[in-house]
Design a binder for this molecule. Structure first.
Ligand code: AMP
Ligand code: MG
Length: 427
């Protein structure tokens, strides 16, 4: 879909959405709504294998070879033919090392001493472990009879020639680097990194290194956003903290839409707030303002900002409260960015554990309480981190999971089973 099409359907959707009560938007509805506008960036580049770590493959990796490339021994022992498995003794006629094969042919009644990884000599297809034989001179006596073909890794058993080893859209992780190296492939074709511009909004925000005045706070949101975005592997454009000044906000917003594929701001999207962001966003794009049925993270804006007729950017307006920034990032932004990066956005894994403490919750909104998963006599359980205010960022540092409580759920007694989303490796 072209940008014009996307904008067109966004404004169409906007009209349809007017029938919608934006205060009743559920987490899932908002996720689904956003999903329809996400078309991956299409620019690709070829990189040396190691530099592709964290990037998204733009083409399938097809195996140019088989792995392993030849039948080889999985154990140190003696290689012989399966027809000899029931013999009691075999004559040792040579030795095969990894990297130095035995170059003769092994006949029936014969064997070759073989090391792990060494190529199976001609005439052999079975290995008996050295611990299962008794060696006397150049004869081995089999103390137990191995199964035919035992302890042999067959050529191509890991990867076959011509097989798609990894498919396009796969995000490159440590195992993938090794896997591709095992094929001898030195370069891979990946999507170019997504450009993401961020800025904070608020008159009260102060840069690190400056003293705090009365009623001021340090701009922490740009630091959490930096961390989360860097972990995703995007190209970050940090446009700083902007005061609630319409001219400055407009200039920064348009500059962000010019420079980036995605613009993320924090603060200034609360409904009823005397802020300028909402007005600017309506003027320069199509943006939806939602009061999502969630806690924390109620106000959220999503849409497109138009720099000019040629260039637009996706826009996420996150709430100002520090915990709400992180929660909305994980529930809405992160999956969207992965899709725009050309990858498969998988939902965060969720599973059920017992919560050892009572939980206070009012029915009506999905809550993402911060939790600590811990092991109790071999069983994993969860407890809340403590105070759950949306400005208590220490709760995010202590947490290793979100305790996800559905809209309809109210107060819970200690011992209730709850759903958790694990944050380790995500945050
Ligand atoms: P807002 O959404 O702009 O009404 O902000 C909600 C709350 O989040 C206020 O208490 C703000 O001071 C706080 N806040 C907004 N932006 C930031 C930021 N960048 N860093 C830390 N706190 C912030
Ligand atoms: Mg503000």
């Amino acid at each position: 879909m072209t940008t014009t099409h996307a904008l067109h359907s966004l404004s169409k959707q906007t009209t349809r959405m007017e029938d919608y009560d934006p205060t009743a938007m559920s987490v899932m509805q908002a996720q689904q709504f956003i999903r329809q506008f996400l078309n991956p960036v299409i620019e690709v580049e070829t990189l040396p294998l190691r530099e592709s770590l964290g990037r998204v493959l733009a083409a399938d990796i097809v195996s140019p070879a088989q792995v392993p490339n030849y039948d080889n021994a999985a154990m140190d022992g003696f290689a012989f033919h399966a027809d000899d498995v029931n013999t009691s003794s075999l004559k040792v006629i040579g030795i095969a090392f990894a990297g130095t094969p035995f170059d003769g042919v092994v006949g029936l009644g014969q064997c070759v001493r073989i090391m792990t990884g060494a190529m199976m000599p001609q005439g052999t297809n079975t290995v008996v472990m050295q611990e299962h034989v008794r060696l006397e001179g150049d004869v081995i006596y089999l103390m137990s009879n191995p199964k035919p073909h035992a302890n042999v890794r067959e050529a191509g058993e890991d990867l076959k020639f011509g097989q798609a080893v990894l498919s396009a859209s796969h995000r490159m992780l440590a195992a993938d680097l090794g896997l591709i190296a095992s094929l001898g492939v030195a370069e891979v074709c990946v999507y170019k990194p997504l450009k993401v511009a961020i800025f904070s909004t608020g008159d009260e925000l102060v840069q690190l290194g400056k003293p705090l005045g009365v009623g001021q706070v340090y701009d922490s949101n740009r630091y959490t956003l930096f961390g989360m975005l860097k972990r995703l592997g995007v190209e970050l454009i940090d446009l700083g903290a902007i005061a609630d000044d319409p001219a400055m906000l407009e200039k920064t917003l348009l500059n962000a839409a010019r420079l980036a594929d995605v613009v993320i701001t924090s603060g200034g999207v609360s409904v009823g707030e005397a802020d300028y962001m909402k007005h600017l966003l309506t003027q320069h794009g199509q943006v939806m303002f939602w009061k999502i049925n969630m806690k924390p993270g109620r106000p959220l804006a999503y849409g497109k900002i138009q720099y000019n007729t040629e260039k637009s950017a996706h826009y996420f307006g996150l709430p100002g409260n520090p915990v709400a920034v992180m929660v909305t990032f994980y529930q809405f932004v992160s999956a969207a960015l992965i899709t725009l990066m050309g990858g498969f956005a998988k939902p965060l894994p969720m599973f059920t554990v017992q919560c050892v403490q009572a939980i206070k919750k009012a029915a009506g909104r999905t809550e993402f309480q911060r939790g600590i998963l811990f092991e109790d006599a071999g069983v994993w359980k969860v407890k809340p981190t403590g105070a759950q205010g949306s400005a208590i960022l220490s709760s995010m540092s202590q947490a290793n999971c979100f305790i996800v409580l559905a809209e309809e759920v109210g107060n819970l007694e200690a011992g209730t089973w709850v759903q958790v989303q694990v944050l380790e490796g995500v945050v």
